[in-house]
Ligand binder design. Structure first.
Ligand code: 13P
Length: 229
């Protein structure tokens, strides 16, 4: 059976490394059964090393972004190679906040995907329109496309408490699968909580969840994980 992905995107939280370690410990000590679940935590870049050292074997490390080049002069950027070296297994690519606030285009996202895949890491490609997929995966061989985890995140549902209905989310899930194949892993993200989490898996048939706000609340986040188990 395919594992369910529960991915916590901490975004620009928490505000200090001490709090980050505390948040990780609160999650780590609560997690028991992860047999059927792949738990991934994506903290800000600056906490990756610390979280990587303190996490348990039940938690995988992910990054929220990366740059597409490997070296030379790109002030402020972090490469996929560096992320791999820090122990990351996953990289979120093309989150709507990056598309919106940092003007990331499909061409840039395409380069990022190629870089992440080139390092043998798994990208979590965020989209809110099915039409973005073909542009984002352009030129990537089919074998590598299979390694990309899709995440459907309707922009209006992010951080608003207005989660997408299971029916509508399922429609998008099926449309994505029409492009990538019926067994392709697709996650849902946008105001996920322990109240609605199971519905996205059972009713809307997603293979996991990309969670923002609720991933910063250890009890709530672990409750979602336990529901999957
Ligand atoms: P919320 O769960 O806070 O709505 O955020 C979703 C998200 O953007 C995860 O990447």
């Amino acid at each position: 059976m395919n594992k369910i992905f529960i991915v916590g995107n901490w975004k620009m939280n928490p505000q200090t490394s001490r709090e980050a370690i505390h948040l990780l410990s609160s999650i780590k000590t609560r997690i028991e059964n992860t047999k059927k679940v792949e738990v991934v935590i994506c903290p800000p870049f600056v906490y990756l090393a610390g979280i990587g050292k303190k996490k348990s074997a039940k938690i995988r490390l992910g990054s929220q972004d990366c740059f597409w080049e490997e070296k030379v002069a790109f002030t402020g950027e972090v490469s996929s190679l560096m992320l791999k070296d820090l122990g990351c297994s996953y990289v979120i690519v093309g989150h709507s906040e990056r598309r919106k606030y940092f003007h990331e285009s499909d061409t840039m996202i395409n380069k990022k995907l190629k870089s992440v895949l080139g390092q043998g890491l798994r990208p979590i490609l965020c989209i809110d329109k099915v039409s973005q997929i073909k542009k984002d995966i352009k030129g990537i061989p089919e074998k590598k496309v299979k390694k990309i985890i899709l995440a459907y995140e309707p922009i209006w549902a992010i951080g608003t408490g207005k989660a997408c209905s299971f029916k509508q989310a399922k429609k998008f899930n099926l449309s994505i699968k029409r492009v990538l194949g019926k067994n392709h892993p697709v996650l849902y993200g946008g105001s996920v909580s322990s109240q609605n989490a199971l519905g996205y898996i059972k009713e809307a048939q997603f293979q996991g969840l990309l969670i923002g706000g609720a991933s910063l609340k250890p009890k709530e986040f672990v409750k979602v994980i336990e529901l999957m188990a």
